[in-house]
Design a protein around this ligand. Structure first.
Ligand code: DGL
Length: 264
């Protein structure tokens, strides 16, 4: 029987949004979920910092956990370092990139918002996706490190102020043409975790789109024909910084099937 896990990687809890979609499709998948808490947040770091950190760390993690597949469940790390990680490892690597293509398929007004981290929204990778898949749309972007903090706070059981979500969305809707936005790409894996708060703060009904369902299908495709354990194994959450002893977070992680917590 093949017990090798799928390794999910993010700077924090954001990758849980991707893990949830993947688990729904592949319930028997053994999981190691790594939060690079020592490097959090990624979204305010430079390209050079991310490019130096992520491939090296994933190399060490691959040696330690021997995964069958790695999922970089982080748009910031993927848009900057996916090619370098693939080049450095001989494990298949699935990345998470802004879901501009599916957004362009559903937008009626042809005005799309892309909400990511400051580092993600400035990537040429995003220009390229917009050009290739949303050439007839206006694509407006906003990078918010604050929204990452709000999602982390929520999953740590800390109440957040609805006005802060509205102010973040104002920075998108307030741009020229922004009032026409009907579709927003959650281009940071943290943001689907605050989907309800975002929907409640939006000035009119918005379709929020993210890549998690597509990533889940990609994992299923790449592991097609492989064995899985008969019983779903308990998942393991790994933090690169000091162990996060927050009891609300431990309960959240258990809800995502991660009942063992480990610090590297
Ligand atoms: N969850 C990550 C992403 O998808 C980044 C969060 C951070 O800034 O660390 O971009």
């Amino acid at each position: 029987m093949d017990n090798r896990p799928v390794l999910f990687f993010d700077s924090g809890v954001g990758g849980l949004s991707v893990l949830a979609a993947a688990r729904a499709l592949l319930p028997q998948m053994p999981v190691v979920y790594v939060a690079d808490s020592a490097g959090f947040p990624y979204g305010t770091k430079s390209e050079a910092e991310i490019a130096a950190r992520v491939p090296a760390l994933l190399g060490r993690l691959a040696e330690r956990y021997r995964p069958r597949l790695i999922v970089i469940a982080c748009n910031t790390a993927s848009t900057i370092a996916l090619a370098a990680v693939r080049g450095a490892l001989d494990v298949p690597v699935v990345g998470t990139v802004p879901a501009i293509k599916p957004a362009a398929l559903v937008s009626k007004t042809r005005v799309i918002g892309v909400l990511g981290t400051p580092a993600t929204v400035r990537q040429p990778y995003v220009d390229d996706l917009a050009q290739r898949f949303a050439g007839d749309c206006i694509v407006l972007r906003h990078g918010s490190a604050e929204l990452v903090e709000l999602a982390e706070a929520k999953l740590h059981g800390i109440a957040t102020d609805p006005a802060r979500y509205a102010a973040i969305l104002d920075d998108l809707f307030g741009q020229e043409g922004g009032a026409q936005i009907d579709t927003i790409v959650n281009a940071c894996t943290h943001f689907p975790l605050v989907a309800e708060e975002l929907a409640a703060a939006a000035p009119h009904p918005i379709t929020f789109v993210d890549g998690s369902a597509g990533i889940a299908r990609r994992i299923a495709f790449l592991t097609d024909g492989q064995d899985w354990p008969d019983q779903p194994a308990q998942g393991r959450a790994v933090f690169t910084g000091s162990a996060d002893a927050n009891p609300a977070l431990a309960a959240t992680l258990a809800g995502f099937g991660l009942s063992e917590i480990e610090t590297l």
